[in-house]
Design a protein around this ligand. Structure first.
Ligand SMILES: C[S@@+](CC[C@H](N)C(=O)[O-])C[C@H]1O[C@@H](n2cnc3c(N)ncnc32)[C@H](O)[C@@H]1O
Length: 303
């Protein structure tokens, strides 16, 4: 009985420590406190932040609402990108405005998708590439623009603050784009459809961690279909997040041929297994481990 009481009181104590921590983080966010890590988040499930595939060094320039970071990667010595992380100050506007999840941090799926794209960068040479729901950095699309040679890269999100940040990043990195045409645009998946100039334009579409929005799921399938060329390909990464990955796949199969995979890169696979084997309680594959999804338009029947 005494052991039960002790473990109950330890449990309550842990819960109260966690609750205090959450309130502290939220209160710092509301005050826009600079003291915390730029990627530290509002909820405990986000304590796992990234796989550490990139070296991320703070740049000397500091701004009130953002921090500049220099991204490099030992596997790709010529890769360098200046990335502007918004300082995620929470205010009534961000809480009530358009979905703000892309201005909070760069999610592990985006990190992994970026690494995957850099590894396969020759696929994108001379191709028209679009990123959907890329958040404040569109890290994958932006990285391809500086590292490989797509003909054009369209960087998009539905959130206007994300696009403002992308515009600033484009200005900062433009000398690295070479002949690649880089544009940004507010693009909301939804019934109003896709601007005429983007329809059937893209060889590749990139999209990370955007499959969990209940209301947006069919709209995202339709948007992908509308943007892709007939023989184009969409590359998506997202954690399973309960049923949400599979629910998206269930919708996509009506207009796309679909390939899914957990085993798409040796290094990611081995890091994933190591973290699982260590039993780290902040690593939850349901929320953190990105699954790979490839969509190709179903070819019209020739018969
Ligand atoms: C979890 S964030 C992912 C951001 C980024 N890809 C990453 O992984 O770091 C989801 C993104 O989807 C965008 N989004 C949500 N619903 C949308 C919609 N209907 N149209 C366009 N973008 C949307 C949000 O603005 C947000 O940037």
């Amino acid at each position: 009985m005494q052991t039960e009481n002790t473990s109950l009181s330890q449990n309550l104590n842990n819960k109260s420590v966690k609750a205090k921590k959450r309130w502290q983080i939220l209160s710092e966010a509301l005050r826009g406190s600079k003291s915390r890590d730029t990627c530290q988040n509002l909820v405990s499930v986000r304590r796992f932040q990234c796989y550490g595939l990139f070296n991320v060094e703070p740049a000397i320039t500091h701004e009130e609402e953002a921090t500049w970071m220099e991204y490099t990667c030992s596997e790709f010595p010529l890769f360098q990108l200046s990335v502007r992380h918004l300082t995620d100050k929470v205010n009534p506007e961000t809480l009530h405005g358009f979905n703000n999840t892309g201005n909070v941090c760069i999610w592990p799926s985006e990190e992994v998708m970026t690494y995957f794209c850099l590894k396969n960068c020759s696929w994108f040479d001379g191709k028209a590439v679009c990123e959907l729901g890329g958040g404040m950095t569109c890290l994958a699309g932006m990285s391809l623009a500086v590292y490989s040679s797509p003909s054009c890269v369209e960087l998009t999100d539905g959130n206007e603050n994300s696009i403002k940040n992308l515009d600033i990043m484009v200005k900062k990195n433009h000398q690295m784009f070479g002949s690649t045409q880089v544009n940004t645009r507010v693009l909301k998946w939804g019934p109003s459809g896709v601007d005429a100039d983007l329809q059937d334009k893209f060889d590749y579409i990139l999209c990370a961690d955007c499959l969990f929005f209940e209301e947006g799921r069919q709209d995202l399938v339709d948007t992908l279909y509308s943007l892709l060329k007939t023989d184009g390909e969409a590359i998506l990464f997202a954690p399973s997040r309960g049923e949400t990955f599979q629910l998206f796949v269930d919708l996509a199969v009506s207009t796309f041929s679909v390939t899914t995979s957990e085993v798409y890169d040796e290094r990611i696979q081995s890091m994933h297994h190591q973290m699982k084997a260590k039993g780290l309680d902040h690593y939850d594959e349901n929320l953190h481990f990105p699954l790979y999804l490839k969509l190709k338009k179903t070819q019209p029947s020739t018969s």
